[in-house]
Design a protein around this ligand. Structure first.
Ligand code: GLY
Length: 568
């Protein structure tokens, strides 16, 4: 049974005032981390985007209207991951109980081929898939938002939804301390990957409170406001994208842009302890991997094993090892590759996968060397519920922080580096240390495999949770742990999201723990069982909305960054 009072207390503890702007002394952000309300809720990675989503809901928009406004707002106020130059996935459940997913993932250009990231000796060249024009897939976000609008908008006022993002871009917004620091950190990447100065490298040093004005982006957003999808995929914006490709080493053509289509897909669903989990099918691995993880641990009394006990972390790490091995071998874009969905989610298969589980000893991922998973807060997730109970869970990305680090000149937005999510060569790790095979090789028009896991959870046919996370390969395990924290350990959403996280992805063969929140004795006991352990950085950045047992809506924004929840 959740208690209302501790939530309120936690809310005041976690509300972090923001008032030390050097350039703009009057400026202030409040990063609200937890909130309990009864009607509607928005949780995003930035307070401006959260406010914009909330305003749409107050103006009579539904969760889809708010999601569209938030997607464009994040493109302006959260350029590290918010985007119009990338793609994403949305899981949507309407108030009548119908669930659907929207795949607006980027696609490989028609001129792409399986060897495009190999040098003359057949070695993968990661720089080519991670930065600059060649790293970019055909963007899907604008088409995705246009499709969501056409099918579900209640407000029926596209211009109203785009206008706030234009104002952020044209008039500017104040950088948070984190944003300023990250832009300074990535300065060298912007210098290397742009032939002209951009708004991300035109200052010697950015500081908290700096007013970031993006006039070119404002013009692009105006074209989208006035012409919808065509404002991006045709006309002068498309010309700028193609010119950028020709000036650099890119291959996206006018025809690729014209041809881009997002796709409505049937969700992956599974039952876990009487809860229905609704998540993303391929080309995301998220839904399948989440299903496998939950099915593997369901026979165990996780609560009795104890939260963050040696036994429970060992079990979960062993589950993750097996699930990520399946991911590497079997998962890719199901429009191009016959993903063995039924096999992967078959209870007998899952049971068999754990038949060699030893509760006292770590197993060994085979000896092929894989790269290190880099700490990164790229990608961004938001969750929205409206007053009717329509629920959006949407994760969107340009892949790495600031994507390809290349701005389309004159159009002001960052290109994605999503092509790195393909397997450039079987067995060679990508930027997240993930390896892949035939299933995820580059093919023209194909979508690269993703780990994004936007998820909605039901109980007795009613929506009770909407959640997701950034974090590359760690997305799946972050979402999984928050669900287990709530369902098995009885935590509030706020506690579940704040709780420290750990991650295993088969290769590299190690459990990674967040730097803070785990006792050395726990880490030592797992080492003694044969696990390689590493304590480093932060893992994931979950946004979660949860209908608690009193029927109130609890919003939880991750304490790990500038994320903010608002509701009414
Ligand atoms: N770009 C990260 C992912 O889609 O998993």
């Amino acid at each position: 049974m959740k208690d209302f009072i501790p939530h309120v207390l936690l809310a005041s503890l976690l509300c972090i005032g923001y008032s030390s702007c050097k350039n703009t002394p009057n400026h202030q952000y409040t990063f609200t981390k937890t909130m309990v309300e009864d009607s509607a809720m928005v949780v995003t990675a930035h307070p401006i985007a959260t406010q914009i989503g909330l305003d749409v809901l107050r103006d009579g928009g539904n969760a889809i209207d708010a999601a569209i406004a938030v997607q464009f707002a994040l493109a302006a106020c959260y350029p590290v991951a918010g985007n119009i130059g990338g793609g994403g996935f949305m899981v949507y459940r309407d108030a009548r109980g119908e669930s659907i997913t929207l795949d607006f993932r980027e696609k490989a250009p028609a001129a792409a081929d399986a060897d495009m990231y190999l040098d003359e000796n057949g070695n993968a060249v990661s720089e080519r898939s991670q930065a600059g024009e060649l790293a970019a897939g055909v963007p899907g976000s604008v088409d995705g938002m246009a499709q969501a609008y056409a099918r579900y908008s209640q407000l029926k006022n596209w211009k109203r939804l785009i206008q706030p993002s234009i104002e952020i871009a044209r008039n500017g917004f104040h950088l948070t301390e984190r944003q300023a620091n990250l832009m300074n950190e990535k300065r060298v990447d912007f210098d290397q990957n742009n032939r002209a100065e951009t708004v991300f490298n035109n200052q010697q040093e950015y500081s908290e409170g700096y007013m970031l004005v993006q006039s070119d982006l404002a013009k692009t957003l105006e074209a989208i406001r006035d012409q919808g999808r065509n404002g991006f995929y045709t006309g002068w914006v498309a010309d700028k994208i193609v010119a950028q490709m020709k000036d650099g080493n890119g291959i996206i053509s006018k025809q690729d842009l014209l041809d881009y289509q997002s796709v409505w897909r049937v969700p992956i669903t599974t039952d876990y302890r009487g809860y229905e989990i609704i998540s993303m099918p391929p080309p995301s691995s998220g839904g399948i991997a989440l299903t496998q993880l939950l099915e593997i641990i369901e026979p165990y009394d996780i609560r009795k094993l104890g939260h963050h006990s040696t036994a429970s972390i060992h079990l979960i790490a062993e589950a993750e090892r097996r699930v990520y091995a399946d991911r590497a071998t079997h998962l890719g874009d199901s429009d191009y590759y016959n993903v063995p969905l039924e096999m992967l989610m078959d209870p007998d298969y899952i049971k068999e996968r754990m038949s060699n589980f030893d509760p006292n000893q770590a197993s060994i991922s085979d000896s092929i060397k894989a790269g290190q998973a880099k700490e990164s807060l790229q990608t961004t997730h938001f969750s929205i519920v409206d007053i009717e109970g329509n629920t959006v869970s949407l994760t969107t990305t340009i892949n790495g922080a600031y994507g390809a680090k290349t701005v389309v000149q004159g159009a002001g937005f960052l290109l994605n580096n999503e092509m790195d999510d393909f397997s450039a060569k079987p067995g060679v790790p990508n930027m997240f240390g993930l390896i892949g095979a035939e299933a995820n090789k580059v093919e023209p028009g194909k979508r690269m495999l993703s780990s994004m896991t936007p998820t909605i959870v039901l109980k007795d046919g009613k929506t009770i949770m909407s959640l997701g996370s950034p974090g590359g390969s760690t997305i799946i395990t972050s979402v999984f742990q928050v669900i287990v924290n709530i369902i098995d350990h009885g935590m509030s959403a706020t506690e579940a999201v704040a709780s420290p996280r750990f991650h295993h992805q088969w290769k590299p063969d190690k459990i990674r723990f967040e730097e803070e929140g785990f006792d050395q004795s726990l880490v030592d006991s797992l080492s003694a069982m044969g696990h390689t352990v590493e304590q480093k950085g932060k893992i994931g950045k979950v946004e979660c909305i949860y209908y608690n047992t009193e029927g109130m809506i609890e919003g939880a924004a991750d304490i790990r960054a500038d994320d903010t929840v608002m509701g009414f």
